[in-house]
Design a binder for this molecule. Sequence first.
Ligand code: 5GP
Ligand code: ZN
Length: 153
Amino acid sequence: MTTQAGMIKSADCLFCKIVRGEIPSKKVYDDKNTIAFLDINPATPGHVLVVPKKHAEDITKAGEEELSDTIVVVKKISELLMEKMNAIGVNVVQNNGKHAGQLVSHLHFHVIPRYPNDNVIITYQRAHLSESDLEEIRKKLSQQEKKDMDFDF
Ligand code: 5GP
Ligand code: ZN
C-alpha cells in the first residue's frame, strides 16, 4: 500500500516521472516492473540506469520482488553492453543515501560499460584490520555463532 508520504514522494520523484513518461528518457528496456534508460551524464558511452518502476527510495526500502526483478535486468543490460557496445567489462554501481553519493532518491543501478583506456576511476582506500577487529565486526553482523558457520573439509 502506498502511504500519503509515499505518494507525495513518488509524485515529485524524477525517476517516477521518467517511469510515467512525464520526462523524456532514452529507454533501452521496458517491462512490467522495470525500466532502463541511458544516464544523461554518462561515465562512458552506454552508461545505463536500471530502475524498478515502483518507487523505493533506496535498497533498504525496496521490496524483495522488485529488487529481484531489477537485478535480473541489470544482468540483461550488462550482457547487451558487452554484445552491442563491445564493452570489455561492466561496473555495477548502486548508491544509497546522500553520503554514499546518491543524488536521485529512487533506487537505481548504474551499469557502466568499460572500454580500453576509458577514464573511469572507481576506487577506495583499503585498510588493514587485525583478526580480532575483523572478528568483532563479524560478531556484530552475524546472526550465527562462528562455530556454526565453519565448514569441515
Ligand atoms: P546517483 O548519484 O543518484 O546514484 O545517480 C543519479 C544519476 O542520474 C546520475 O548519474 C545522473 O547523471 C542521472 N540523471 C540525473 N537526472 C537525470 C535525468 O533527468 N535523466 C537521465 N536519463 N539521467 C539523469
Ligand atoms: Zn520514484
